[in-house]
Structure formats: C-alpha cells, structure tokens
Design a protein around this ligand. Structure first.
Ligand code: GDP
Ligand code: CA
Length: 342
C-alpha cells in the first residue's frame, strides 16, 4: 500500500446498528492519515419500507442518512433531532392511523420528498442519491445505495387466537414490540427484486467488505436475498468481515434474538456467523463469546474484541469499527488477492 491509500470499503447495513457502526468507521478512517481518502459504499436494507399516510417511508435508509449526515435523534437512534409531532397529532384528531409509527414533522419532509419523486418516476436509487446529497454524504466519501429499486416489504406471519395472520414487519416490530408469537417471515417482492445499480459491482470490486452488527434476519438477511448479492459475496476477492450483533445470547438493542428464534437459529454469535459461513472470512465477537467455536465449514477462528463489543458513544463506535477494519486487513493480507491492490 502506498502513502495515501484509497481503499474501497463496502458494507451491508440495516438501520441503527448499521448506521452507528458506519459513522464510527468513517470517523476511524478520517482519523487515519493513510486511509482518510477511503470510500465507503453502503448497501441499505429496504425490506423495512412501508407506505404510511400515503407516503413512502424507508426507515433504514433514513436512519443511515440522518446518522451519517448529522441529523439523527441520538436519544432514539432513529428519526430527526429536535423534531416535533404536530402532524401526527393532527392525524390522530382525524382518527387517521396508524399512530404506532411515530413520524416527526421534520422527518415527514423526507417522506414527502421521496413520495413526490417516486410519483414523478424517479427510482429509489436516484432518490437516495438526491437525499444523500442534501446530507453531505458524497463529500465525506460515503455512497449510499438501496439494495434494490424494486419494492420489497418484509411481513411476519403471526399467530393470533383466531389463527395465523400476515402483518407488515413494522407493525410487528414497532406496533407490537415483536411480542406476538411469529411463525415465519415473508419478504414480499424479494423473489422479483434485482440488485440496484452499483450494488453487485460494489461487492465485487471492493477491497474490504464489512457486515456491521445489523439484524441478521430482517436487515442483512433481506439484503442477502436480493438476487446476485450472496453470489457476489462468495465470489469477491475482498475479505468479508462481520461484527456480531449478539453478545452472550442477547441483542444489544431491539429483538434480533426473537427474529433468530423465529427462523430456528440459535441466538448466539456463533448462530449468526453460521448464517454467513459461506462467504465470511472473519468474525468479531464479544470477549464473553470468545469460547464459542466457529461455525462448521470455515477455516478461521472468531476474533474476540478487546473490550465489550459495544458501540456506546461515537468514539466507542469508531474504536469498534477500527477493530473490524484491522481484522479485515489482517485476513485480507493472508489471501493471495491481498488488499488494496486495484
Ligand atoms: P435496525 O434496522 O434499526 O434494527 O438496525 P440494524 O439492523 O442495523 O441493527 C440492529 C442490530 O444492531 C441489533 O441486532 C443489535 O443487537 C445490534 N447492535 C446495536 N448496537 C450494538 C452494539 O453496540 N454492539 C453490538 N455488537 N451490536 C449492536
Ligand atoms: Ca431496520
């Protein structure tokens, strides 16, 4: 590697876990005199997308935009900073629902713009580019791509006393706190979804591929279901390194353990690694999970982080992201293709 090294890093990401990790990664790169010019391409899950009040909402894309662009509510982890809920109040007064999905007034601006542009015929890729420009992502070496331009909506088949019912993932996750027993997930539209422009090339031509600690089923798992993505990950010469979203059997936040139970996968760092075993080259785990063996069929040993595998504040996220990057550089240099060789 030369003095100034432009590394192309590609990451798959859901919402809060992915966004915090990637903000940390950008910070870590910026602080590195050699790697500061590196670019991060983010492939975002759009399976959480939902139409509410006639507006198209793309929760994971928006969380990435706001977190990376400096407009996120740090307290919530999603939504705009210092937002109000006046419009939601007006809708409630008209008896218009659902009221379980809190859309702030500033946040609604994004959804209105997206819906307007969709109505004019723009694709989600084009719209994401426009939104990312407003948030200053290109100047910071951040490229945000939706996984697909075709609509995909994850649904959950829940068990009600009356029998099974298919509901939107957001209703189950946000509206029902993932507490209603679920039989399975159904990603509606995923079988017809093709990768958005640039997605497969970003994986194939990357120097490093990272999997942040995003939800393995409803964030990363959905992206992996887009035609061609999994094959690109298997085939890329770049090292693929992931960070466990599960520590000692528990998700740090959210209900990733419940999602794993639904699909019958052990809620553990090892269980999640097993879902990626066909393309993963390295796996960063919490020290408490250091004793767990690697999933079957892989040649590497999980690497224990030197502290709890928590992002905590922004500096903590940068430190954790740096550790994942270093692991990728290490395993990459051991492969014949190497890292950074264009
Ligand atoms: P969502 O779309 O907002 O649910 O966000 P993601 O799918 O990107 O990430 C959710 C996952 O991030 C959850 O499974 C969490 O366990 C994981 N997560 C969040 N914060 C941390 C953290 O500090 N450390 C680790 N290891 N995982 C985290
Ligand atoms: Ca999400």
């Amino acid at each position: 590697m030369g003095q100034d090294c432009l590394m192309r890093i590609t990451a798959l990401a859901g919402g809060v876990g992915g966004a915090r990790f990637l903000r940390g990664l950008r910070d870590a790169l910026d602080a590195d005199p050699v790697l500061a010019q590196s670019e991060i391409t983010i492939i975002a899950n759009t399976g959480d997308d939902i139409t509410l009040f006639g507006l198209r909402v793309s929760p994971d894309v928006d969380t990435l935009l706001y977190t990376l662009g400096g407009g996120i509510s740090e307290r919530q982890g999603w939504g705009r900073d210092e937002d109000t809920r006046q419009v939601m109040g007006e809708l409630a007064a008209y008896g218009v629902g659902p009221q379980w999905f809190g859309l702030g007034d500033k946040d609604l601006g994004t959804h209105i713009a997206r819906s307007l542009w969709l109505g004019e015929g723009a694709t989600p890729s084009e719209i994401t580019t426009r939104l990312a420009q407003r948030w200053g992502l290109p100047e910071r070496g951040l490229r945000l791509l939706p996984m697909s331009d075709q609509p995909v909506e994850t649904h959950v088949i829940v068990t009600r006393p009356e029998g099974p019912e298919a509901i939107h993932f957001q209703q189950w996750w946000v509206g029902e706190g993932a507490a209603t027993p679920a039989e399975r997930f159904a990603a509606v539209g995923l079988d017809r979804a093709v990768a958005a422009p640039g997605v497969l090339d970003a994986i194939r031509e990357a120097d490093i591929v990272l999997l942040p600690p995003s939800n393995p089923i409803v964030s990363i798992g959905i992206i992996l279901g887009v035609s061609g993505v999994r094959d690109a990950l298997r085939g890329t010469p770049a090292p693929v390194v992931g960070v466990s979203p599960i520590i000692s059997g528990k998700p740090v936040r959210g209900h990733a353990d419940t999602c794993l139970e639904v699909v019958g996968v052990e809620a553990s760092a090892r269980g999640v690694a097993g879902l990626y075993a066909d393309f993963l080259d390295g796996w960063l785990v919490d020290p408490q999970d250091a004793g767990q063996p690697a999933p079957a069929g892989v040649r590497w040993t999980p690497r224990a982080y030197d502290a709890p595998l928590l992002m905590g504040d922004r500096a903590g996220a940068a430190r954790l992201a740096r550790a994942a990057l270093d692991l990728a550089l290490e395993v990459g240099s051991a492969t014949p293709a190497g890292v950074g060789g264009a």
